[in-house]
Design a protein. Structure first.
Length: 286
C-alpha cells in the first residue's frame, strides 16, 4: 500500500507567538516500486515533508496514512514497526553512524529484529553488496575512516538491512564528488528497479533528480506548486524559474534557444538528450 497525504498541513510551535507554517494542503501519494523526486527552494518544507513520511513528525492538519495506518495514532512498537517500513536517511550520514565497525553499524537494525549467526551475516553481506561496498575490505573498518560517499552508502545499507518498503533520502549526494554521486544514484536506481523499493529523493541538484526519478513534486512555500513527469516539469522551465528554481545548465541552454529554434523540445533529461535535441533542430534547418 502507498504513503498517502490528504490535506496535510504542519506548523512548528503551533499556537505560540512564533508559530511558523511549514506545509499546507498537501495531497500526495507515494507508491512502492516508484522513484519520486521532491525539489524546491530552501525553506520550502521538503525536510518537514520527509519527516512526516517517517512518523518523526505528525500532521497538524489532515492525515498521513502509511500502508493504511496513521502515525498520529501509533505508540511504542507500532512506531518502531513503521520506521522499519519507511527508512529515512538524513543529509549528514555521520548522524546515523555510531558503531566502531561498519559491520556492526549495518547489523544494528537486523540484530534488533532478532537475527543472529549466519542469517545476520547474510543480511549484512546482502546490504553491502546492494550498496556496492566490499565486505572483505570494509566490514571491519571504522565508519569514521571512510570517504564521504562510503559513509553515505553505509548509512543506507544500515536501513536496507532491515528490509524497508520505502527509502526516504534527504540530499543523498550532498558533499560528494561527481563519481561518488554517479555511484550513489546508480545504487538508488537499483534499489527501486531491482529490489522494488519505493524511493523518495530530495536534492538541490536538479540534474540528479530529473535524470533519475519517475515523478517530480515541486514544493514552494509549503505548497505543491507543480507535479508531473520529469519531462513535463522540464518543459515548464519558465514557470520553474518564476518559482525561484534554477534549471539544470543544459536545460537552460535549450530554454535560451527557443527564440531561434521554436521547434526545440524542452523536456530533455540530461546533457546527452539536450545535445541530441539541438542536433536534431539544426539538421531540420538544413
Amino acid at each position: 500500500m502507498p504513503i498517502v497525504f490528504s490535506e496535510v498541513g504542519y506548523q512548528y510551535a503551533q499556537g505560540l507567538p512564533w508559530e511558523r507554517i511549514a506545509l499546507r494542503n498537501i495531497n500526495l501519494q507515494v507508491e512502492k516500486n516508484e522513484m519520486l523526486g521532491i525539489i524546491g527552494p530552501t525553506g520550502s518544507g521538503k525536510t518537514t515533508l520527509l519527516q512526516l513520511m517517517n512518523g518523526i513528525l505528525t500532521a497538524s492538519q489532515g492525515q498521513v496514512l502509511i500502508n493504511g495506518a496513521n502515525p498520529a495514532n501509533m505508540r511504542g512498537t507500532e512506531m518502531t514497526r513503521l520506521r522499519r517500513q519507511v527508512g529515512l536517511v538524513f543529509q549528514s550520514p555521520e548522524d546515523q553512524l555510531f558503531e566502531n565497525q561498519v559491520y556492526d553499524d549495518i547489523a544494528f537494525g537486523p540484530r534488533n529484529l532478532g537475527l543472529t549467526g549466519s542469517e545476520l551475516d547474510n543480511r549484512v553481506k546482502w546490504a553491502m553488496e546492494m550498496l556496492e561496498l566490499d565486505f572483505a575490505s570494509l566490514s571491519e573498518r571504522k565508519p569514521q575512516s571512510l570517504s564521504g560517499g562510503q559513509k553515505r552508502r553505509v548509512a543506507i545499507a544500515g536501513l536496507l538491512a532491515i528490509d524497508p518498503e520505502y527509502l526516504i533520502l534527504d540530499e543523498p549526494g550532498a558533499g560528494l564528488d561527481y563519481e561518488g554521486r554517479l555511484i550513489l544514484l546508480s545504487v538508488i536506481n537499483k534499489l527501486c528497479r531491482v529490489e522494488g523499493k519505493g524511493i523518495v529523493l530530495v536534492s538541490h541538484r536538479l540534474q540528479d533528480v530529473f535524470g533519475t526519478v519517475d515523478r517530480v513534486v515541486v514544493l514552494v512555500d509549503g505548497k505543491i506548486a507543480m507535479e508531473g513527469s520529469p519531462r513535463d516539469i522540464l518543459a515548464r522551465g519558465e514557470q520553474l524559474e518564476e518559482l525561484g528554481i534554477e534549471l539544470p545548465a543544459s536545460n537552460q541552454v535549450l530554454q535560451r534557444l527557443t527564440d531561434t529554434m521554436p521547434q526545440v523540445s524542452l523536456g530533455m533529461r540530461g546533457v546527452v538528450e539536450v545535445a541530441g535535441e539541438i542536433n536534431r533542430c539544426l539538421r531540420s534547418k538544413l
